[in-house]
Design a protein around this ligand. Structure first.
Ligand code: CU
Length: 384
């Protein structure tokens, strides 16, 4: 194996693969990065050129072990501390932001959100710190959730060092589109604006900064999921499925819902990603699998915000799922598939369960194998 010399700054994604940074083996490249990255504190470094060393037995209080220990060499050595980042991929899975709710004079529900963009460094893999731009201190930004027909009001403040916007995927007026040169356009550092519109259509959507250069503003971390629940009263023919999707209905409580935003990070700004993940932290769901109940219906809101690569994908092991493209229908647009691909901004809803399966660890990952090996891989821990 070839390793970069200590102190060398430019490291390609191939170097990450060759050195096994994310493969649970030797961490020479990570050591190199750690020498140049402030705040890199979680690295278990090996000497340059050393044989791979077994990862430490990192059993946590729930009995989970570091993935490299139990699962054949994938995963990271060490773990990213959510307390240091200020956000936790496991919390993000189900951290819905319903806004501040009130009722307008005409009876319409108003949901008010406040979103602040700031510059922030965060760890995307042990020892790998990314200088990002974030909404409300986290990547992905808050998962905004509402109901079809609600009035949405977002007060946006730019506390960052560059001009930013929020562009929502949904139906709204041109002036509310959050693009340069239209309506309020680019919001300068220290500036603010209000985006307001009615939530249509129901589905699994997203928002992101649309300042230029667009690819830079997206890959730095300014994006999030935007979920509009269907209003069952508007869909009498499919009311049961609409109620299942509506967060205030009893039927919705029977379903275990999660959101995963597929993303990636270009750590050396060469226009290629070095680290891949769902919800930002490489191998977060390998190192600590997502515990689900075997008999419970699972609903996964999946959004792709990967920059630089043309597509990303999700593959579920040992099982199949139904898929609702964009989440804008109440009947599946694909049935009984185990892999789905999405271009950037494409998204959809996966539904599945593990009824009748033996309990255990069931893998999911991008089926671009390179993405999987660079961090976009995890486990459901299916419990009876
Ligand atoms: Cu921006």
């Amino acid at each position: 194996m070839e390793f970069p010399k200590p102190g060398k700054r430019r490291i390609s994604r191939r170097d990450f693969l060759k050195a096994g940074l994310l493969g649970g083996g030797a961490t020479a490249v990570a050591a190199t990065l750690a020498q140049t990255s402030a705040g890199a504190t979680h690295l278990h470094a090996s000497p340059i050129g050393a044989q791979p060393t077994p990862p430490p037995d990192a059993a946590d209080d729930t009995g989970h072990h570091a993935a490299g220990d139990d699962h054949g060499g994938f995963g990271t050595v060490g773990q990213v501390d959510p307390a240091v980042n200020g956000f936790d991929p496991h919390v993000i899975l189900q951290d819905w932001d319903f806004g501040q709710v009130s009722t307008l004079p005409g009876g319409q529900t108003l949901r008010e959100y406040r979103i602040v963009a700031v510059d922030k460094e965060f760890e995307i893999a042990p020892g790998v710190v990314f200088p990002g731009w974030v909404y409300n201190g986290r990547v992905p930004g808050p998962t905004l959730r509402c109901v079809e027909g609600d009035r949405i009001r977002i007060e946006f403040f730019n506390g960052g060092s560059h001009p930013h916007t929020i562009h929502f995927h949904g139906i709204h007026a041109a002036s509310m589109d959050g693009v340069p040169g239209v309506g309020p356009g680019m919001i300068q550092p220290g500036g603010s604006t209000v985006y307001e519109f009615d939530a249509f259509p129901f589905g699994c959507h997203l928002y992101h900064c649309h300042a230029t250069p667009l690819k830079r503003h997206i890959h730095k971390g300014l994006y999030g999921a935007f979920i509009i629940d269907p209003d069952p009263a508007r869909h009498p023919a499919e009311a049961a499925q609409a109620r299942s999707r509506h967060h205030l209905s009893p039927e919705n409580k029977d379903v275990n819902e999660m959101v995963m935003v597929m993303n990636a990070f270009d750590t050396d700004f060469d226009g290629e990603n070095e680290v891949y993940a769902a919800n930002t932290v490489a191998f977060a769901y390998m190192n600590k699998p997502i515990v689900i109940r075997r008999d419970q219906r699972q609903r996964l809101y999946l959004v792709n915000l990967t920059e630089f690569d043309l597509i990303n994908s999700f593959h579920l092991h040992a099982n199949f799922f139904d898929y609702y493209d964009h989440g804008t229908t109440l009947t599946p647009t694909l049935r009984t598939v185990d892999t789905i691909m999405q271009c950037q901004a494409q998204r959809g809803i996966l539904e599945f369960d593990f009824k009748g399966f033996e309990p255990g660890h069931y893998m999911f990952h991008a089926h671009q194998s390179e993405f999987a090996e660079l961090g976009w891989m995890g486990f459901f821990e299916v419990q009876a």
